[in-house]
Design a protein around this ligand. Structure first.
Ligand code: NFE
Length: 500
């Protein structure tokens, strides 16, 4: 029997993702990933000073503004032929590291852990932790109230098999709240150099305007050390507990088997090379990145402009379209981007890299294989593997800051220029492209991680990566499609970014 399942809204924040599934005899035959709004940031940029770009485009998102800011200054630096000083690169790495930590903690605890952790378990809490006793009392009173959504945001939820361990549930649930403080600390770490967070004030083409002092270095060390302790003692162990309790998810949620990374964290310790290299993987084949092979296809997207690049003419009523998200393709193929893509691209590049040693150690410790990484659990695991490497290097970048050396350089804006800025955001490959004419923005284009992952079908009818992860999935209970929720959220979709 054929049925439709609609999950709308999907994400716990950024609620304009909808997913619809065509299910036959419990198996997903087709999936549609829908971005349900248009924002028009590229249009907003036209006619403005290029120097507005990093401020305006950071407002695409409050979760990953560091990456948008960096992509924006990098496309200007490419266009204006600017080389930034070493201090600027170090500060940018530190700010981006802080953003990865903040974003990954948010993703696990606040956006996806509640798909696995049994929050109702707190009703049976019998220990003496005053915080958990307070939460238990609150949930009880909510459930006996007449509130439309009692105990939100924890309930309602899809019912199904949650973590069985009483101890595991209580620890992870308490960490949900500690994680809120940790996110604030990660923002404070960034704000030491950014002036404020979210939306950094000090990031400019040519570098970073904040001066380096020994007090700021000491503060930065102390924030990072608190984050490292939470990462090692809580986040990593909670992810591993979920992985142990739900081993079936190490073979569920397989993506499109193509991976793209723009490369990130240029690292002096690594001889100036990226800590996570750029590249493309199709199946087992690694190739170097060529951005000329990127196109945006729009047959099923709400745009009247043609498929191609740098074209955005919205058309809400276009026949046959089902999403405001475009379908980016690399050499005609869909690409998964994000933490898993960074790991796989590094691994298949065959280079001697620290991240590859961390991946191998993770696989040895868990008994998983590289093939298992292409899965729902693999995406969660990739975040803890990469954070381990990023935190370690961030500690070294802090020690390399030189208070006596400059943090930015001056420059002129030429009459006409164009450039591209590539970076990796927490959710994957992010590119900004700028065209300048008469010293004003003549064209601006962003291709964003969730646009790759949540893309609709392309001009050839090939589904996007998230859609491919859902097709073939068995949904046990159509009223509670928990399997689909877990898989889609493993990609950490951010629709505010995707539709920008
Ligand atoms: Ni709105 Fe973002 C990240 C970017 S996702 S969170 O990470 O760029 O498309």
């Amino acid at each position: 029997m054929s049925q439709k399942i609609s999950i709308d809204p999907f994400t716990r924040i950024e609620g304009h993702l909808a997913v619809s599934l065509d299910v036959e005899d419990g198996v997903v035959k087709d999936a549609q990933c829908k971005g349900e709004m248009f924002r028009g940031f590229e249009q907003i940029m036209k006619g403005r000073s290029p120097l507005d770009a990093q401020q305006i485009t950071q407002r695409i998102c409050g979760v990953c503004p560091v990456s948008h800011g960096l992509a924006s200054v990098k496309c200007q630096e490419d266009a204006f032929r600017i080389k930034i000083p070493k201090n600027a690169q170090l500060i940018r790495n530190i700010m981006l590291a802080g953003n990865f930590i903040q974003s990954h903690i948010t993703h696990f605890y606040h956006l996806s852990a509640l798909d696995f952790v049994d929050v109702k378990g707190v009703l049976g809490y019998s220990g003496s932790d005053r915080f958990l006793l307070g939460i238990k009392e609150w949930v009880q009173s909510e459930l006996s109230s007449k509130n439309l959504y009692p105990a939100a945001p924890f309930l309602p939820r899809f019912e199904g098999k949650y973590l069985q361990s009483y101890e595991g549930n209580m620890v992870a649930f308490k960490n949900y709240f500690t994680a809120l403080d940790m996110r604030a600390k990660a923002h404070q770490l960034i704000a030491i150099w950014a002036g404020k967070m979210p939306h950094m004030a000090t990031l400019v083409p040519g570098g970073v305007t904040e001066k380096i002092t020994s007090k700021k270095i000491a503060l930065c060390r102390s924030k990072l050390s608190e984050l490292r302790i939470f990462f090692e003692n809580s986040y990593s162990t909670d992810v591993l507990a979920v992985a142990k309790a739900f081993p079936e998810y190490a073979s569920m949620g397989k993506g499109c088997d193509n991976y793209l990374s723009f490369g990130v964290f240029p690292d002096e310790i690594n001889g100036g090379g990226d800590l996570f290299p750029a590249g493309v993987v199709n199946g087992d084949n690694f190739s170097s990145l060529d951005t000329k092979l990127i196109s945006e296809q729009v047959k099923y997207s709400k745009y009247s402009s043609d498929s191609g690049f740098k074209k955005t003419a919205p058309e809400p009523h276009k026949g046959g379209s089902y999403s405001w998200i475009k379908a980016p393709r690399y050499d005609g193929e869909p690409m998964e981007v994000g933490p898993l893509a960074r790991l796989i691209v590094a691994y298949k590049s065959g280079q001697d890299l620290e991240v590859n040693r961390a991946t191998e150690k993770f696989l040895r410790d868990t008994g998983l294989t590289v093939a298992n990484l292409d899965s729902c659990l693999g995406r969660h695991a990739a975040r803890i593997v990469e954070l381990q490497v990023i935190i370690k290097h961030c500690e070294q970048w802090i020690e390399m800051l030189d208070p006596m050396a400059p943090t930015c350089v001056d420059f002129d804006i030429p009459a006409s220029a164009s450039g591209q800025g590539l970076v990796e955001a927490p959710r994957g490959a992010l590119g900004h492209w700028i065209d300048v004419k008469n010293q004003k923005v003549n064209g601006y284009e962003c291709i964003v991680p969730t646009t790759w992952n949540c893309s609709p079908k392309d001009d050839n009818g090939v589904p996007g990566p998230v859609e491919q992860s859902l097709i073939g999935l068995t949904v046990a209970d159509k009223e509670n499609p928990l399997e689909a929720a877990r898989i889609v959220r493993s990609y950490d979709p951010c629709l505010a970014c995707a539709v920008h």
